[in-house]
Design a protein around this ligand. Structure first.
Ligand code: MTE
Ligand code: MO
Length: 330
């Protein structure tokens, strides 16, 4: 396996270790110059500041997904809610535990191991994984399986762009992800609330779908620790638990990978977990949801609203599930 550690001083050097090197830096820099992305890259490369929380992210391109999510009568969920009501069991099972405990996480330096059925395996520094990609802002609806939802302005890179560079082999049918395991940084891992590491996975076409985002921030800033610093998945048409946080491993596999919630309660959580108002959780309905920080009624209470098929992304994603029985593949 290729081990690489990036220093800022490496950036302009001509070190090219082998043909299997993921990022040929000279090539990348050349294409970055050609596409004018270089100004946006320099803050990562020179100060490596992108993975510390609450740093303003440079040159973030707005996208059409903002309008798609907001439409005419939606509003962003206030930052306060996005960063204080979380699920991140590595820091405790209470919704306020991540905000309280996630200061123990050190998101910098950060490396991600890439392995399995892929041409460019290795151990990549955070900066190398995102290098040369334009950052995009994408406002997505985000629906937790527990029937609350938010509208969040993520900043990230389409996962497809990262995967293309990693170059999966033709027999790679799934992509599996793992979160960091370190009880010193993640005190919730002292309890076996889940089998650590937290694991998630996508079918390769789901991973390559243009909506699937590798997020490194929100509200224009680098990712708050409680939201999965420094790098987490966002799959807006699936229940929130598919969007795995603080990723340290990406594996390309032939077989469907095991996933944490499916391992812990297979009758409740399937591999697909597409948002579907017609398929209920065995213990509660999925037909409605409560928008956190949403408009309140005269009782000071946010009423429930209907949940949309594929969380409102039906037009974009329904075709990749054609012919599948979504009540069996829940
Ligand atoms: N590693 C890890 N990733 C995780 C979780 C977790 O407990 N651990 N919780 C999931 C669940 S259930 C949800 S709803 C979302 C919550 O993301 P947010 O706190 O950024 O809103 O993260 C998902 N990713
Ligand atoms: Mo969730």
């Amino acid at each position: 396996m290729l081990i690489r550690h990036k220093r800022a001083s490496d950036v302009l050097s001509s070190e090219i270790t082998s043909h299997s090197t993921f990022l040929n830096r000279r090539e990348l820099l050349r294409s970055a110059v050609a596409t004018g992305v270089i100004a946006g890259m320099s803050p990562f490369m020179l100060s490596s500041s992108a993975s510390a929380a609450n740093q303003k992210l440079p040159n973030v391109k707005k996208t059409e997904w903002t309008e798609q999510a907001l439409g005419e009568n939606e509003a962003l969920t206030p930052y306060k809610h996005v960063t204080s009501y979380n699920n991140f069991y590595e820091f405790g099972t209470g919704k306020g535990d991540p905000a309280k405990n996630a200061h123990m996480l050190k998101p910098k330096p950060w490396t991600v191991v890439v392995d399995g059925q892929v041409e460019n395996p290795g151990r990549y520094d955070f900066d190398d994984l995102i290098l040369g990609n334009e950052l995009e802002e994408r406002v997505y609806r985000f629906r937790c399986v527990e029937a609350w939802s938010m509208v969040i302005p993520w900043v990230g890179i389409p996962l497809a762009k990262i995967i293309k560079r990693l170059s999966p082999r033709s027999n790679a049918r799934y992509v599996a992800f793992e979160t960091l395991v370190d009880v010193e940084q993640m005190p919730g891992q002292r309890l076996m609330t889940l089998k650590w590491p937290y694991r998630e996975g996508l079918r390769i076409d789901e991973a390559m779908h243009p909506l699937t985002l590798m997020a490194i921030g929100l509200y224009g800033e680098s990712m708050p620790n409680q939201n999965g610093a420094p790098i987490r998945l966002v799959v807006p048409w699936k229940y929130g638990f598919k969007s795995i946080k603080s990723i340290v491993r990406i594996s390309f596999t032939e077989e469907m990978p095991p996933t944490s919630w499916n391992m812990s309660a297979p009758q409740e959580y399937g591999f697909y977990s597409n948002v579907n108002p017609l398929v209920h959780h065995p213990r509660w309905s999925q037909a409605k949801e409560r928008r956190l920080g949403g408009p309140t009624n005269i009782f000071g209470f946010t009423p429930k609203r209907p949940t949309l098929m594929f969380n409102g992304y039906e037009e974009e994603v329904a075709s990749i599930y054609q012919g599948m029985d979504l009540t069996r593949n829940y």
